[in-house]
Write a protein that binds this ligand. Structure first.
Ligand code: HEC
Length: 145
């Protein structure tokens, strides 16, 4: 059985070659839960890169908007994301995204970067900017279960 990340990717690409490359990369990857950071440190990191503090209300609006495509962040993670989400493509259950409801989120820098890159591309067809990420973190860390 593939780890969720690889299942997700394999399903999305549908390409055997891509799956093989990903398996090779995964074999060299560090353990899934490095726990090298905290949600507060991630908020600070993105705010520093953006040169401005994150704004929670802007983050809420960003998270729940479709940005021209079929999906918003909330399509998979729910709104507000303080309970289990449901993948809009596969139906797979997702753990809550808000740190108050799931102490494992935003504790692994590489994991945060990997999923933001993938999810932002799914929703916006581009990377999210540091300012958008700071806004998202400001909102997500303000949520209570
Ligand atoms: C098509 C479904 C889908 C959409 C849309 C989506 N995500 Fe995700 N997201 C996932 C899945 C799947 C995971 C991995 C969850 C797991 O392994 O339990 C994930 C994980 C994450 C993580 C990693 C959290 C952590 O530290 O563990 C972040 C951050 C995240 N998503 C943010 C976003 C943001 C921001 C958006 C909107 C731009 C978004 N997601 C849209 C499916 C989605």
């Amino acid at each position: 059985m593939l780890p969720p990340l690889l299942q997700h990717t394999a399903m999305r690409t549908g390409s055997r070659a891509a799956g093989i490359v990903l398996l090779a990369v995964a074999g060299a990857a560090p353990p899934a839960l490095a726990a090298d950071t905290t949600p507060a440190q991630q908020l600070e990191r993105f705010a520093r890169l953006a040169g401005a503090a994150g704004q929670a209300e802007r983050g809420r609006s960003f998270f729940t908007s479709r940005h021209g495509g079929d999906w918003s962040c909330a399509s998979c993670h729910g709104n507000p994301p303080v309970a289990a989400g449901k993948h809009a493509g596969t139906g797979k259950t997702l753990e809550p995204l808000a740190p108050a409801a799931n102490p494992r989120t935003f504790t692994d820098t590489a994991r945060v970067d990997k999923w933001l890159r993938r999810n932002c591309n799914d929703v916006l067809r581009r990377d999210c900017t540091p300012a958008e990420k700071a806004d998202l973190l400001a909102w997500l860390t303000s949520l209570q279960p």
